[in-house]
Design a protein around this ligand. Structure first.
Ligand SMILES: [Zn+2]
Length: 197
């Protein structure tokens, strides 16, 4: 993001708008999003017994697939050049994902606004694989409980918000349905949103 956008972001999350994204801004941003999340939490935390009870086993390439539910989106996404009108997510978070998209449709009411926000560029949902850089820990994509947008500008090693561009308004739509935004909570991989507390 440009310095002017970081200042606007700081104003929105209620911290000193000095254009410097440090520990205070990081904390304020997480607090801002947490305050929007439903109470009690709609989803379990990653790596807990509750998580396994709620979502079951992760998928395996060529083997087990978690129970999926297909949702019809309120606007069309694009996977490279291919239009995407339906998505299949884990049955435990599919309705919630649809509710996120309905919120996005309101927050970004025009095709141009959606394009600028980067949310028309869909980069995947179900993908049974390990977390990047791990040999034991499975990615949320393995349960079909995570979705990626605009990967080219919100990479796994791209610091958010100084380099990455994912808007806070997109993160807010996810937060209101109980989803975590990687950019705000891990400071990178801002393409990624997951249905965990
Ligand atoms: Zn992801």
């Amino acid at each position: 993001m440009k310095a002017s956008q970081i200042i606007k972001l700081q104003e929105r999350i209620g911290t000193l708008p000095d254009g410097f994204w440090g520990p205070k801004s990081i904390l304020a941003c997480q607090k801002h999003l947490r305050a929007l999340m439903p109470v009690p939490a709609r989803f379990p935390a990653d790596g807990t017994a509750k998580f396994t009870h709620f979502y079951g086993a992760h998928g395996v390439d060529g083997g087990y697939t978690p129970p999926l539910k297909t949702i019809t989106l309120p606007f069309t996404l694009y996977y490279e050049q291919t239009p995407v009108k339906k998505l299949a997510a884990h049955v435990q978070c599919a309705d919630s994902l649809l509710a996120v998209f309905e919120r996005l449709a309101v927050a970004f009411p025009t095709p141009q606004a959606r394009q600028e926000a980067g949310i028309l560029t869909y980069d995947g949902l179900y993908n049974p694989r390990l977390k990047r850089g791990s040999s034991t820990s499975w990615s949320m994509h393995s349960w079909a409980t995570a979705i990626d947008f605009n990967a080219a500008k919100n990479g796994n090693k791209t610091a958010w918000p100084v380099q990455a561009v994912m808007p806070i308004e997109v993160m807010e739509c996810f937060a209101m349905e109980g989803w975590l935004s990687a950019g705000a909570f891990w400071g990178r991989d801002a393409m990624h949103f997951q249905a965990t507390a």
